[in-house]
Design a protein around this ligand. Sequence first.
Ligand code: HEC
Length: 193
Amino acid sequence: MPSPAPSRHIARLAAALALGLGLGLGATASAQTADATTVARGAYLVHGMGCADCHTPLKMGPKGPEPDLSRGLSGHPQGMLLQPPTLPAGSPWMWGGAVTNTAFWGPWGVSYAANLTPDATGLKDWTAEQFVQAMRTGKHAGSGRPLMPPMPWPAFGQLNDADLHAMFSYLMAQPAVQNRVPDYQPPAPVARH
Ligand code: HEC
Protein backbone atom coordinates (compact mmCIF):
# COMPACT_ATOMS: atom_id res chain seq x y z
CA MET A 1 0.00 0.00 0.00
CA PRO A 2 1.55 3.35 -0.97
CA SER A 3 1.40 5.88 1.85
CA PRO A 4 -0.50 9.10 1.09
CA ALA A 5 2.54 11.22 1.98
CA PRO A 6 4.34 11.08 -1.41
CA SER A 7 1.23 12.07 -3.34
CA ARG A 8 0.65 14.99 -1.00
CA HIS A 9 4.26 15.94 -1.53
CA ILE A 10 3.80 15.81 -5.29
CA ALA A 11 0.64 17.93 -5.04
CA ARG A 12 2.56 20.55 -3.06
CA LEU A 13 5.41 20.45 -5.53
CA ALA A 14 2.96 20.91 -8.38
CA ALA A 15 1.39 23.86 -6.56
CA ALA A 16 4.82 25.39 -6.00
CA LEU A 17 5.72 24.92 -9.65
CA ALA A 18 2.41 26.42 -10.74
CA LEU A 19 3.08 29.40 -8.48
CA GLY A 20 6.59 29.84 -9.84
CA LEU A 21 5.37 29.54 -13.41
CA GLY A 22 2.52 31.96 -12.77
CA LEU A 23 4.86 34.58 -11.34
CA GLY A 24 7.34 33.96 -14.12
CA LEU A 25 4.67 34.68 -16.69
CA GLY A 26 3.75 37.90 -14.91
CA ALA A 27 0.52 36.72 -13.27
CA THR A 28 -0.83 39.49 -11.04
CA ALA A 29 -2.18 37.90 -7.87
CA SER A 30 -0.18 35.16 -6.22
CA ALA A 31 -3.32 34.62 -4.09
CA GLN A 32 -4.94 32.77 -6.97
CA THR A 33 -2.27 30.12 -6.68
CA ALA A 34 -1.55 30.26 -2.92
CA ASP A 35 -2.79 27.03 -1.40
CA ALA A 36 -5.81 26.93 0.86
CA THR A 37 -3.80 25.93 3.94
CA THR A 38 -1.57 28.99 3.60
CA VAL A 39 -4.54 31.32 3.13
CA ALA A 40 -6.29 29.77 6.16
CA ARG A 41 -3.16 30.28 8.26
CA GLY A 42 -3.06 33.91 7.06
CA ALA A 43 -6.72 34.38 8.03
CA TYR A 44 -5.99 33.03 11.50
CA LEU A 45 -3.08 35.45 11.95
CA VAL A 46 -4.76 38.55 10.45
CA HIS A 47 -7.90 38.00 12.58
CA GLY A 48 -5.96 37.04 15.69
CA MET A 49 -3.77 40.13 15.51
CA GLY A 50 -6.60 42.57 14.99
CA CYS A 51 -5.55 44.14 11.69
CA ALA A 52 -9.20 45.03 11.03
CA ASP A 53 -9.40 47.05 14.26
CA CYS A 54 -7.49 49.86 12.56
CA HIS A 55 -7.79 48.94 8.87
CA THR A 56 -11.60 48.45 8.58
CA PRO A 57 -13.56 51.69 9.08
CA LEU A 58 -16.24 51.78 11.76
CA LYS A 59 -19.76 52.93 10.86
CA MET A 60 -22.63 53.74 13.19
CA GLY A 61 -24.98 50.76 13.68
CA PRO A 62 -28.08 50.24 15.84
CA LYS A 63 -25.92 49.19 18.80
CA GLY A 64 -23.16 51.75 18.25
CA PRO A 65 -20.04 51.78 16.08
CA GLU A 66 -19.41 48.55 14.15
CA PRO A 67 -16.93 47.52 11.43
CA ASP A 68 -18.18 48.38 7.93
CA LEU A 69 -17.63 44.96 6.37
CA SER A 70 -18.46 46.23 2.88
CA ARG A 71 -15.17 48.14 3.20
CA GLY A 72 -13.27 45.40 5.03
CA LEU A 73 -9.53 46.12 5.42
CA SER A 74 -9.73 49.03 2.95
CA GLY A 75 -8.20 51.54 5.37
CA HIS A 76 -9.16 55.13 6.10
CA PRO A 77 -11.92 56.40 3.78
CA GLN A 78 -10.77 58.38 0.75
CA GLY A 79 -11.23 62.14 0.97
CA MET A 80 -11.75 62.20 4.75
CA LEU A 81 -8.86 64.51 5.69
CA LEU A 82 -8.56 65.34 9.37
CA GLN A 83 -6.91 68.09 11.36
CA PRO A 84 -5.44 67.22 14.75
CA PRO A 85 -7.27 68.81 17.69
CA THR A 86 -5.52 71.45 19.80
CA LEU A 87 -4.98 70.32 23.35
CA PRO A 88 -5.10 72.70 26.34
CA ALA A 89 -1.63 73.36 27.82
CA GLY A 90 -0.68 70.70 30.33
CA SER A 91 -3.23 68.17 29.03
CA PRO A 92 -2.29 64.59 29.96
CA TRP A 93 -3.65 63.33 26.59
CA MET A 94 -1.11 62.55 23.91
CA TRP A 95 -2.89 60.88 20.98
CA GLY A 96 -6.33 59.93 19.68
CA GLY A 97 -8.33 58.35 16.86
CA ALA A 98 -11.02 59.29 14.34
CA VAL A 99 -14.66 58.09 14.54
CA THR A 100 -13.79 55.45 11.95
CA ASN A 101 -10.80 54.28 14.05
CA THR A 102 -8.73 54.39 10.86
CA ALA A 103 -6.96 57.76 11.41
CA PHE A 104 -4.82 58.72 14.36
CA TRP A 105 -3.26 61.95 15.60
CA GLY A 106 -0.35 62.37 17.96
CA PRO A 107 3.12 63.90 18.17
CA TRP A 108 3.84 62.23 14.80
CA GLY A 109 1.09 64.19 12.99
CA VAL A 110 -1.90 62.39 11.44
CA SER A 111 -1.54 58.82 10.16
CA TYR A 112 -4.14 57.03 8.05
CA ALA A 113 -4.46 53.23 8.09
CA ALA A 114 -3.57 51.81 4.67
CA ASN A 115 -5.79 49.93 2.21
CA LEU A 116 -4.74 46.29 2.62
CA THR A 117 -6.97 44.89 -0.14
CA PRO A 118 -5.66 43.71 -3.55
CA ASP A 119 -6.86 46.86 -5.37
CA ALA A 120 -4.51 49.20 -7.26
CA THR A 121 -5.17 51.72 -4.46
CA GLY A 122 -4.16 49.02 -1.95
CA LEU A 123 -1.53 46.28 -2.00
CA LYS A 124 -2.18 44.95 -5.52
CA ASP A 125 1.24 45.94 -6.82
CA TRP A 126 3.14 44.85 -3.72
CA THR A 127 5.28 41.74 -3.67
CA ALA A 128 5.18 39.43 -0.66
CA GLU A 129 8.76 40.47 0.01
CA GLN A 130 7.78 44.15 0.23
CA PHE A 131 5.12 43.22 2.79
CA VAL A 132 7.64 41.23 4.83
CA GLN A 133 10.14 44.10 4.70
CA ALA A 134 7.50 46.69 5.68
CA MET A 135 6.71 44.63 8.80
CA ARG A 136 10.39 44.01 9.59
CA THR A 137 11.83 47.49 8.95
CA GLY A 138 8.85 49.79 9.55
CA LYS A 139 9.48 51.44 6.20
CA HIS A 140 6.74 52.23 3.67
CA ALA A 141 6.50 49.37 1.15
CA GLY A 142 9.64 47.93 2.73
CA SER A 143 12.04 50.73 1.75
CA GLY A 144 10.33 54.16 1.89
CA ARG A 145 9.57 56.67 4.65
CA PRO A 146 9.28 55.48 8.26
CA LEU A 147 5.83 54.14 9.16
CA MET A 148 4.07 56.11 11.87
CA PRO A 149 2.24 54.97 14.99
CA PRO A 150 0.06 53.29 15.95
CA MET A 151 0.85 50.66 13.26
CA PRO A 152 2.36 47.92 15.45
CA TRP A 153 5.02 46.79 12.94
CA PRO A 154 7.70 46.20 15.67
CA ALA A 155 5.43 43.45 17.04
CA PHE A 156 4.36 41.96 13.70
CA GLY A 157 7.97 42.01 12.46
CA GLN A 158 8.75 39.33 15.07
CA LEU A 159 6.80 36.75 13.04
CA ASN A 160 8.65 34.32 10.81
CA ASP A 161 8.72 34.56 7.01
CA ALA A 162 6.19 31.74 6.51
CA ASP A 163 3.62 33.47 8.74
CA LEU A 164 4.13 36.88 7.13
CA HIS A 165 3.81 35.30 3.67
CA ALA A 166 0.61 33.55 4.79
CA MET A 167 -0.83 36.87 5.98
CA PHE A 168 -0.01 38.48 2.65
CA SER A 169 -1.64 35.55 0.79
CA TYR A 170 -4.79 35.99 2.88
CA LEU A 171 -4.88 39.76 2.21
CA MET A 172 -4.46 39.11 -1.54
CA ALA A 173 -7.41 36.69 -1.42
CA GLN A 174 -9.81 39.35 -0.02
CA PRO A 175 -12.25 41.38 -2.16
CA ALA A 176 -10.48 44.36 -3.75
CA VAL A 177 -11.88 47.66 -2.45
CA GLN A 178 -11.08 50.84 -4.36
CA ASN A 179 -10.11 53.42 -1.75
CA ARG A 180 -7.22 55.85 -2.04
CA VAL A 181 -6.20 56.54 1.55
CA PRO A 182 -5.02 60.13 2.21
CA ASP A 183 -1.28 60.73 2.59
CA TYR A 184 0.27 60.86 6.04
CA GLN A 185 0.39 64.43 7.40
CA PRO A 186 3.52 65.34 9.38
CA PRO A 187 3.04 67.65 12.38
CA ALA A 188 2.83 71.38 11.71
CA PRO A 189 6.20 73.06 12.31
CA VAL A 190 6.46 74.58 15.80
CA ALA A 191 5.99 78.37 15.57
CA ARG A 192 9.06 80.39 16.65
CA HIS A 193 8.73 83.87 18.09
C1 HEC B 1 -3.40 50.13 16.11
C2 HEC B 1 -3.78 50.33 14.72
C3 HEC B 1 -3.24 49.38 13.67
C4 HEC B 1 -3.27 47.99 13.70
C5 HEC B 1 -3.80 47.08 14.79
C6 HEC B 1 -2.71 47.56 12.44
N1 HEC B 1 -2.35 48.64 11.68
FE1 HEC B 1 -1.43 48.58 9.88
N2 HEC B 1 -1.35 50.60 9.83
C7 HEC B 1 -1.87 51.45 10.81
C8 HEC B 1 -1.63 52.82 10.42
C9 HEC B 1 -2.06 54.07 11.16
C10 HEC B 1 -0.92 52.77 9.21
C11 HEC B 1 -0.39 53.96 8.38
C12 HEC B 1 1.02 54.28 8.87
C13 HEC B 1 1.67 55.38 8.06
O1 HEC B 1 1.13 55.78 7.01
O2 HEC B 1 2.76 55.84 8.44
C14 HEC B 1 -0.77 51.37 8.88
C15 HEC B 1 -0.12 50.91 7.72
C16 HEC B 1 -0.05 49.58 7.35
C17 HEC B 1 0.53 49.12 6.13
C18 HEC B 1 1.12 49.98 5.04
C19 HEC B 1 2.57 50.06 5.23
C20 HEC B 1 3.20 50.88 4.16
O3 HEC B 1 4.28 50.48 3.77
O4 HEC B 1 2.67 51.90 3.70
C21 HEC B 1 0.42 47.76 6.10
C22 HEC B 1 0.88 46.82 5.02
C23 HEC B 1 -0.25 47.38 7.32
N3 HEC B 1 -0.51 48.51 8.06
C24 HEC B 1 -0.56 46.09 7.66
C25 HEC B 1 -1.16 45.73 8.87
C26 HEC B 1 -1.43 44.37 9.22
C27 HEC B 1 -1.14 43.17 8.35
C28 HEC B 1 -1.97 44.39 10.48
C29 HEC B 1 -2.36 43.23 11.35
C30 HEC B 1 -1.35 42.20 11.51
C31 HEC B 1 -2.06 45.79 10.87
N4 HEC B 1 -1.55 46.56 9.87
C32 HEC B 1 -2.57 46.23 12.07
C33 HEC B 1 -2.51 51.07 11.96
C34 HEC B 1 -2.67 49.77 12.40
